[in-house]
Design a protein around this ligand. Structure first.
Ligand SMILES: NC(=O)c1ccc[n+]([C@@H]2O[C@H](COP(=O)([O-])OP(=O)(O)OC[C@H]3O[C@@H](n4cnc5c(N)ncnc54)[C@H](OP(=O)(O)O)[C@@H]3O)[C@@H](O)[C@H]2O)c1
Length: 252
């Protein structure tokens, strides 16, 4: 393999945003495949929820190296980057533009064999123009994509489509005891729903695969392409419940 540099023959992976909704799965996947794993986190504060502190504890028990710092600390980032091979960013949408600081640090470090920026959604260069709020979000991510392409940093862009656990809340609202489900449009439109843990595992594989260098990888397993109506039918079979389909937007 192209990216294997250390004595234990596994690439070292640094993750930004690793304590987040999606990032925690990436950290767990990285350690489960035996990669020496580093997570760049902002310093703990008194206001931090206990669940975040617990997660940091879990990471330490998995052998993860937590590096406390801010994205503004260029020298610190460069020195951490020099110790690793691969960088995966799972920073939130609000911090997507800040990834320019990671790019600058990767260029200064000069040793990174692969960078995966925070994308993990639809394939932004192929989608027909979406509604304005989503378009604005994609524009931020596209800007970072173009910057990386224009640099010499080896990259992989991951289009993981919809996080299944995240979207099932909207498509089935499984924790809602009411007997009706709001159906979007006819309910026939298909979506690709990929489970967060699977996305995370594929991402670690993809980051280490020489074939995916400077490529876009789209996670689109045929069995995961499903409409809301099909999802509701499966849910009815699984739970033995029967749902009314309400074709309206519920305002609560
Ligand atoms: N396709 C889908 O269905 C789907 C669903 C969800 C997310 N996503 C994508 O996955 C990516 C990650 O999103 P997420 O929701 O998992 O993120 P998140 O949970 O909101 O945040 C991730 C972590 O980033 C750190 N962070 C937050 N603000 C920061 C800032 N200003 N500067 C530096 N670090 C900051 C925090 O860690 P610390 O405080 O520990 O530093 C936080 O735990 C995004 O690109 C998002 O679009 C896709």
């Amino acid at each position: 393999m192209e990216i294997m540099s250390n004595s234990c023959n596994k690439s070292k992976i640094l993750i930004f945003g690793g304590t987040g909704y999606f990032g925690k799965h990436v950290v767990r996947a990285s350690t489960s495949f035996g990669h020496p794993t580093f997570v760049f986190v902002r310093p703990a504060t008194a206001q931090m929820p206990p669940s975040s502190l617990q997660l940091r504890g879990e990471f330490r028990s998995l052998g993860v190296t937590l590096v406390q710092g801010e994205l503004e600390e260029h020298e610190k980032m460069v020195s951490v980057l020099k110790q690793v091979d691969i960088v995966i960013s799972v920073l939130p949408v609000s911090a997507v533009p800040d990834q320019i600081k990671i790019i600058d640090a990767i260029i200064a470090a000069g040793n990174i064999k692969r960078f995966l920026p925070s994308e993990f959604g639809c394939e932004m260069d192929r989608i027909t123009p979406p509604l304005p709020p989503f378009e604005a979000l994609l524009e931020k991510k596209k800007k970072i994509r173009r910057l990386i392409e224009a640099s010499t940093i080896p990259y992989t862009f991951v289009s993981s489509n919809c996080c299944a656990a995240y979207f099932v809340n909207f498509l089935l609202h499984p924790h809602d005891p009411r007997p009706d489900i709001v159906v979007y449009g006819t309910g026939e439109a298909k979506a690709v729903l990929n489970w967060e843990q699977d996305i995370a595992k594929y991402t670690i594989k993809v980051a280490n695969d020489p074939r995916t260098r400077n490529r876009v990888v789209i996670y689109r397993p045929p069995g995961n392409i499903i409409s809301q109506n099909e999802l509701i039918s499966s849910w009815e079979k699984k739970t033995g419940r029967r749902f009314e389909k309400a074709c309206r937007v519920r305002i609560t």
